[in-house]
Write a protein that binds this ligand. Structure first.
Ligand SMILES: [Cu+2]
Length: 163
């Protein structure tokens, strides 16, 4: 029976390998396997080449709402909540932000803390250090219930580095 078991295990491994190959084949040209890489990755503060100040207000706006960075650049965002109510800045694809926003609406008290976001009570300041590895657009928004719909969103344009 040892033989049969081994074959079963081998078949399972091969199936996994085939599935893996198929999955990576769907990423056109990319070598990334993590969906998060679509927007970049957590940055190392010591490597930040630039600090960008972003202000959040109770009028449901980010200032600035349009930011341009270079591909590969690590940016230190210093985010200030100038309002009195809780706001947050979450980096993501538009799809991710919308999905997350729907979850937040159902669970308004949900606490979340990931490297791509910062949630701040009124008057507080926080930071996100992020490396933009891929050219294109990275969206950001405040996912507190009602805020995103009210227009509390923005985008980071990531320009391709000349090569
Ligand atoms: Cu907000």
């Amino acid at each position: 029976m040892q033989h049969t078991l081994r074959n079963t295990a081998l078949a399972a491994l091969m199936a996994l390998a085939a599935a893996g190959a198929f999955a990576s084949g769907t990423h056109a040209g990319g070598h990334g396997h993590d969906a998060d890489e679509a927007i970049g990755k957590p940055g190392v503060a010591a490597k930040a080449t630039r600090t960008i100040n972003v202000d959040m207000t109770d009028s449901m706006r980010f200032t600035p709402a349009d930011i341009t960075v270079k591909q590969g650049e690590t940016v230190r965002f210093v985010i200030k909540n100038s309002g009195q109510i809780k706001h947050e800045l979450v980096l993501g694809t538009e799809k991710e932000l919308k999905e997350h926003y729907e979850v937040m609406k159902k669970n308004p008290e949900m606490e979340h803390a990931d490297p791509n976001m910062v949630t701040l009570a009124g008057g507080k300041t926080g930071e996100i250090v992020w490396q933009f590895t891929k050219a294109g657009k990275v969206d950001f928004g405040c996912l507190q219930p009602g805020h995103y719909d009210a227009g509390m969103k923005g985008a980071v344009k990531v320009t391709k580095t000349g090569k």
